[in-house]
Write a protein that binds this ligand. Structure first.
Ligand SMILES: Cc1ncc(C[n+]2csc(CCOP(=O)(O)OP(=O)(O)O)c2C)c(N)n1
Length: 673
């Protein structure tokens, strides 16, 4: 018997089950249209159209337990088309997730409810990731599937053995990020990733034919996936396709032909039911057409029981998994639980940081901070085994791969380095998925200027409070000859504008390892490490056990006497400030230098601490080879700023610094003025 034939036997159901299936799916439809109706806002079309797909998946395949939503070996389900949020809220309610009460459903989209407009990670247990920006969920799922493969390779299939399912819409597949995600998943042969495509041919503007004519099955096949088409309202066909996907050695896409707003008498199959309440008459008509007489928010007892039973399907599997976990060697089990719980190996990390600092104290390194980062990683990576590095095809430039790191490949997932290819969007979104999966701290590499290509995912990491670390090198005009296309100017300001993101710009090798430590310790905050291409002198000499960067800013050089000038600088410009300080002191102007590796930490500090480091020198000068925006919070509107006001240019770095007036002389002049 072929694998797919086995699946058919396992998942075929007798015809009498069809009535039960239909009524279970209609429970989703009714909850969705009624919640949207009460909120007078939301998207009924997708949940009504995809209800059959979801019913098959959640009642026959998905491995999960509402009693333990965080069970680490659960299957992951990502509703990539987050606008269809009522689909997952209805499912979680029907399946018996305790917190998803009928009152929460009634409070859909209201302040303080766990039923936000789009599913938000951390609100409702059972929601695996925040979705809404189309395409992101699919790309997150690729990261989740990668995490599963890696952890299975490290800890064994006995305790890591699950699937990742995605429900994706036309919009998800039209977004460019989906191409990066699909290509990466196909290349890595993520066979436990299964995408259910809600192939309804409708988007907001109308029929998809207005803007798209891609053959999605061929597209996925071209990327190395198994892809097929089914009738998305035929439960047996859906089940057979999922069964076949389980047997595939490739990731699978199942294009499920559906009718958006299935059951709505006049609006089904049209964009009219995509994103607004159906209206009282249409809802009434849908009840008749679907044969669903129950009043709003009421579920007939037999249907409720059937859904609850589906919610308990995997309980015994979970208990068996717990027994296997308990039978593990104690050390291995503790390590697995530590990693999945997100606790760092504190002592090992502290020892690693201390050892890097000791080496730097013994032999100071006048190297680029990207090289300092690699120097730190050589010690950090062995100490923190959950770190998975990578780069978007700039490995040698980003210095993110240490000597001991093996690449993750389709044949061997035990490696710890991902060659993401030239796919910054996909990389950043996959990293979010890895962090959400838990057990992994992902870090990546690209140029700082391409943070724009990662920004939507960084924003979601910040919103979801995930520990992902972006190493972004070539952080200013200091990269030189590649010119203004590659020289970030506004990026530091743009990244600093984002809530719950920390932007680190260390000035030397010592600050670099300190910033790495802070990024690793930020369990609920993503970080960007902005690092130089060009060499910088090591300014922090001697042994200093304290992580001075933790304050966000600190006095690096004190004034001789009461300071009349404070020079504030970050990254590669701190050494210029230090030179300028000497000149100003020689001229009898007491001047101090404050290194500012992280604005956010400075602004998180107490008022007193912040005031103390900013100080009261009458002259304040900010120095950063980037735009001024944001610096006024430190130097005030009257402060002087030495930095950029335009795009850069193509030339050697030294010439550019001179050309754009970011020099010791310019700092001295600005302070003297
Ligand atoms: C990145 C992004 N761009 C635009 C939107 C706004 N938006 C929400 S749903 C949607 C398209 C709807 O079409 P489809 O994905 O097919 O969903 P369906 O109509 O089937 O519900 C758009 C453009 C979004 N959520 N994310």
């Amino acid at each position: 018997m072929t694998a797919s034939a086995t699946a058919r036997v396992a998942h075929d159901r007798p015809a009498e089950d069809r009535d039960l299936h239909d009524r279970m799916a209609n429970a989703i439809r009714a909850l969705a249209m009624d919640a949207v109706q009460v909120a007078n806002s939301g998207h009924p079309g997708l949940p009504m159209g995809a209800a059959d797909i979801a019913t098959v998946l959640f009642t026959r395949f998905l491995k999960f337990d509402p009693l333990d939503p965080a069970w680490s070996d659960r299957d992951r389900f990502v509703l990539s088309a987050g606008h269809g949020s009522m689909l997952i809220y209805a499912l979680l309610h029907l399946l018996g997730y305790e917190r998803m009460t009928i009152d929460e459903i009634k409070r859909f989209r209201q302040l303080g409810s766990i039923t936000a407009g789009h599913p938000e990670y951390g609100h409702a247990p059972g929601v695996e990731t925040t979705t809404g920006p189309l395409g992101q969920g699919l790309a997150n799922a690729v990261g989740m599937a990668m995490a599963e493969r890696h952890l299975a390779a490290v800890f064994g299939r006995d305790i890591v053995d699950h699937h990742t399912y995605v429900l994706a819409s036309d919009g998800d597949l039209m977004e460019g990020i989906s191409q990066e995600a699909i290509a990466l998943a196909g290349h890595l042969k993520l066979s436990r990733l299964i995408v259910l495509f809600d192939d309804n041919g409708i988007s907001i503007d109308g029929p998809l034919s207005l803007a798209d004519s891609v053959d999605q099955v061929k597209r996925f096949e071209a990327a190395g996936w198994a892809a097929t088409r089914v009738d998305g309202h035929d439960p047996q066909a859906i089940a057979r396709a999922i069964g076949a996907a389980h047997a595939s050695d490739r990731p699978s896409m199942i294009a499920c032909k559906t009718t958006i707003g299935f059951g709505a008498p006049t609006k089904a199959g049209t964009e009219k039911c995509h994103g607004s309440a159906l209206g009282a008459d249409e809802v009434k008509g849908a009840r008749e057409k679907l044969g669903w007489p129950a009043p709003p928010f009421e579920i007939p007892a037999d249907i409720r029981d059937a859904w609850r039973a589906a919610g308990q399907r995997s309980r015994e599997l979970r208990h068996a998994w717990e027994r296997r976990l308990n039978a593990l060697d104690a050390g291995k089990r503790a390590e697995f639980e530590r990693r999945m719980g997100g606790a760092l190996p504190k002592d090992k990390l502290a020892a690693a940081v201390a050892s890097v600092k000791e080496k730097l104290a013994a032999t100071p390194q006048n190297i680029a901070t990207r090289a300092a980062s690699e120097f730190a990683l050589e010690t950090l990576v062995p100490a923190v085994p959950e770190m998975i590095g990578g780069s978007a095809d700039l490995t040698g430039s980003n210095n993110t791969k240490t000597k001991s790191m093996k690449p993750i490949t389709a044949a061997d997932f035990s490696g710890r380095f991902v060659h993401y290819g030239i796919r910054e969007h996909g990389m950043a979104a996959a990293m979010n998925g890895m962090a959400l999966h838990r057990g992994i701290i992902p870090y990546s590499g690209t140029f700082l200027v391409f943070s724009d290509y990662c920004r939507p995912s960084i924003r979601l990491a910040a919103l979801m409070r995930q520990r992902v670390i972006h190493v972004m090198t070539h952080d200013s005009i200091g990269l030189g000859e590649d010119g203004p296309t590659h020289q970030p100017v506004e990026h530091l300001a743009a990244l600093r504008a984002m809530p719950n993101l920390r932007v680190f710009r260390p000035c030397d090798a010592v600050e670099t390892v300190e910033c790495w430590q802070l990024a690793l310790e930020a369990a609920h905050t993503p970080s960007v490490l902005a690092l130089t291409r060009q060499n910088v002198p090591q300014l922090r000499k001697g042994v200093d056990a304290e992580n001075r960067c933790a304050a966000g800013a600190y006095e690096l050089v004190a004034a001789d006497g009461r300071a009349r000038v404070s020079l504030f600088a970050s990254g590669s410009e701190v050494s210029l400030a230090v030179e300028a300080q000497k000149v100003l002191e020689e001229r009898g102007i007491p001047t101090r230098v404050v290194s500012v590796p992280c604005f956010e930490l400075l602004f998180e500090a107490s008022d007193a601490a912040r005031r103390a480091v900013i100080g009261d020198a009458p002259v304040k000068v900010g120095i950063e080879a980037a735009v001024r925006q944001g610096w006024d919070a430190i130097i005030g509107t009257d402060g002087a700023f030495v930095g950029m006001t335009s795009f850069g240019a193509s030339a050697p770095a030294k010439d550019l610094y001179r050309h754009f007036g970011i020099t010791v002389d310019a700092i001295v002049a600005a302070a003297s003025r």
